[in-house]
Design a protein around this ligand. Structure first.
Ligand SMILES: [Cu+2]
Length: 163
């Protein structure tokens, strides 16, 4: 028969009971942090595959493409792009109407919360006006994306021959 002194005191019993709960909470916290860490590349604005169309001889304008994925809860608006390679950069959208390809000017590129906007040949693109020189295949060119909220993102666009 166990003596009374062998039984844990009520306070200790409580603490023993609490421990697994606390550990579970800590585990949950650790899991949360791990999840956040694992999600890190998936937060903010994800920019994939930035590239420029390599210039054909004599071309004075160029086109740039990229894919923007907004992992945020708010819309992001690309308002301007700057590069030493061009006098100015405009947002254009190519459309075919009655068999004729036309480009229309877009004031901004908006990326809604959770949305992906793809700038690709035949659709939306960056139009580089007054090129400082030809865009050479294999070369990388620095371009700065400027957003409505004041954020700037400078990244390298590789010039490629479209296939
Ligand atoms: Cu254009």
């Amino acid at each position: 028969m166990a003596a009374v002194s062998d039984l844990p005191a009520p306070g200790i019993l409580n603490r023993l009971n609490c421990q697994p709960v606390l550990q579970k909470r800590l585990a949950a916290f650790a899991l949360l942090f791990l999840t956040l860490a694992a999600c890190q590349p998936e937060t903010g604005l994800e920019i994939r595959d930035p590239w420029l169309r390599a210039s054909a001889p004599g071309q004075t304008s160029g086109a740039g493409y990229l894919t923007l994925t907004n992992h945020e809860q708010r819309a992001r608006t690309l308002i301007a792009v700057q590069t030493p390679m061009a006098g100015s950069v405009m947002f254009h959208e190519s459309r075919e109407s009655e068999g004729v390809a036309r480009m229309s000017h877009l004031p901004v590129i908006e990326i809604g919360a959770g949305k992906t906007v793809q700038l690709a040949p035949g659709g939306k693109h960056l139009m580089l006006m007054s090129l400082a020189g030809p865009l050479v295949a294999g070369e990388r060119y620095s371009m700065t994306l400027i957003f409505k909220d004041g954020e700037r993102e400078t990244l390298e666009f590789e010039a490629r021959k479209p296939h």
